[in-house]
Design a protein around this ligand. Structure first.
Ligand SMILES: Cc1ncc(COP(=O)(O)O)c(C=O)c1O
Length: 416
């Protein structure tokens, strides 16, 4: 495994040949979704061309082949996050569905009136709304831990609010706005001391760094395939087997039961219990290829590359845009994943996003489904740049130059 070469990698991504008007595409919206390499596209096409059928139900060759591929995908994903067994990998529609599965299947069962669910102000709505709902229905309290002014979690407050009443601690591994990477080991230690279950939203960490569920000591992890080179419509819930065995299925239907009588249901063991109906087999096959692609590069290298781009971005922003830019989140690039979020003085985020599009640059603007965090930051929206394996230093320079142009043409005032 050598040093990650973004120029070599770019050759695998057909869409990077696209132009936006007369400009080459500069894709910096990877936290929303990543582009797809030809290996993933071809794996999906080959599944449909050569092995397609439904899974689990057939005794014929094609159905066996499709089932084997689907289960092989589970094995590869188990290896990717270092699960103890592939039975701990549940395929879902996306990270959002995986988080809802835990909230409904576990939260509704273990949380009782007067209990507390601890979460943070930096959560994406997908890890906030399901728990708000559980708290409301069960008459429990949702406790929201704050960040400090540097955009890091307030660990002191976290350790104070976690108590015997805490049943669940549900937290993002990496913020989709600030880029902050939370110290899960510290959080797990505090939570497990009081017997709370730790649920982790890994949507922004799993695609970008080595995430080892056993090393972290967490209880659940949710992530999406489309943010890690895979197709849309496939996500993952990893859970400790003993928890999955106790957890109620959130959706009921075909494939989830061993036996049904008019008065009783015997559910399948995990993970099948949670995968009601025909699953997204082609999605799992594509995700398997995506995970293999990332493992060939090495997740440490993926992270190192993003931190390098981030460090360079912060340097150029500091030099070229100093008085005109407000950057959110930790200044130390080692403390964040490849996300940098900012505002330009006097311009709303939508205007900046539209202007950058004229340069061929794709970024995300608005609240990024993190309303609480934007309220905390006191802003209506932000501009978010997010990197991945195919982004280059030249693209960072082009971004900084384009923002410099925009500032020169449109910003009349400075931050002071
Ligand atoms: C931190 C975080 N959690 C959850 C999600 C939801 O992911 P999905 O829309 O794929 O379910 C996102 C998507 O942006 C995210 O950034």
């Amino acid at each position: 495994m050598g040093k990650l070469d973004p120029y070599r990698i770019r050759e695998d991504f057909p869409i990077l040949k696209r132009r936006i008007g007369d400009k080459p595409l500069v894709y910096l919206d990877n936290a929303a979704s990543t582009l797809k390499p030809i290996q993933v596209i071809e794996a999906i096409a080959s599944f449909y061309k050569e092995h397609y059928s439904n899974v689990f139900r057939g005794v014929y060759t094609l159905s066996r082949e499709a089932t084997e591929l689907y289960e092989e995908a589970r094995e590869v994903i188990a290896k990717f996050v270092n699960a103890r067994s592939s039975s701990e990998i549940v395929f879902t529609y996306n990270a959002t569905e995986a988080l809802n599965m835990v909230a409904y299947g576990l939260g509704m069962e273990v949380v009782e009136e007067g209990d507390e669910i601890v979460t943070t102000v930096m959560e994406h709505n997908s890890n906030l709304l399901p728990w708000m709902h559980v708290a409301k229905v069960k008459k429990a309290r949702l406790v929201i831990v704050d960040i400090n002014d540097g955009g890091e979690l307030n660990y002191e407050q976290l350790s104070k609010v976690i108590s015997e009443r805490t049943k669940v601690v549900t937290i993002t591994h990496a913020s989709n706005v600030l880029g902050t990477v939370n110290d899960l080991k510290t959080i797990v230690k505090i939570a497990h001391e009081v017997g709370a279950v730790v649920v982790v939203d890994g949507a922004q960490s799993v695609p970008h760094m080595k995430v080892d569920v056993r090393d972290l000591g967490i209880d659940f992890l949710a992530f999406s395939g489309h943010k890690m080179l895979g197709p849309t419509g496939i996500g993952v819930l990893w859970g400790r087997l003993e928890f999955l065995q106790e957890m109620k299925p959130f959706k009921l239907g075909g494939g989830t039961v061993k036996e049904v009588t008019t008065c009783s249901i015997t559910y399948e063991d995990p993970p099948r219990r949670f995968e009601a109906g025909t699953p997204n087999v082609a999605g799992a096959v594509g995700l398997m290829e995506a995970a293999r692609y990332l493992m060939r590069l090495g997740m440490e290298e993926v992270h190192r590359h993003e931190v390098e781009l981030l460090r360079y971005t912060l340097k150029l922003f500091e030099e070229d845009l100093h008085d005109y830019i407000m950057i959110y989140g930790p200044r130390d690039p080692e403390k964040r994943c490849g996300i940098i979020t900012f505002n330009l003085r006097g311009l709303d985020s939508y205007t900046v996003g539209k202007m950058l599009d004229e340069y061929g640059i794709a970024v995300r603007v608005g609240t990024h489904c993190a309303h609480l965090l934007h309220q905390r930051l006191g802003v209506e929206g932000t501009v978010r740049v997010s990197y991945y394996i195919y982004n280059t230093k030249e693209e960072v320079e082009y971004l900084a130059e384009s923002l410099h142009d925009i500032v020169g043409n449109h910003c009349s005032a400075r931050y002071c």
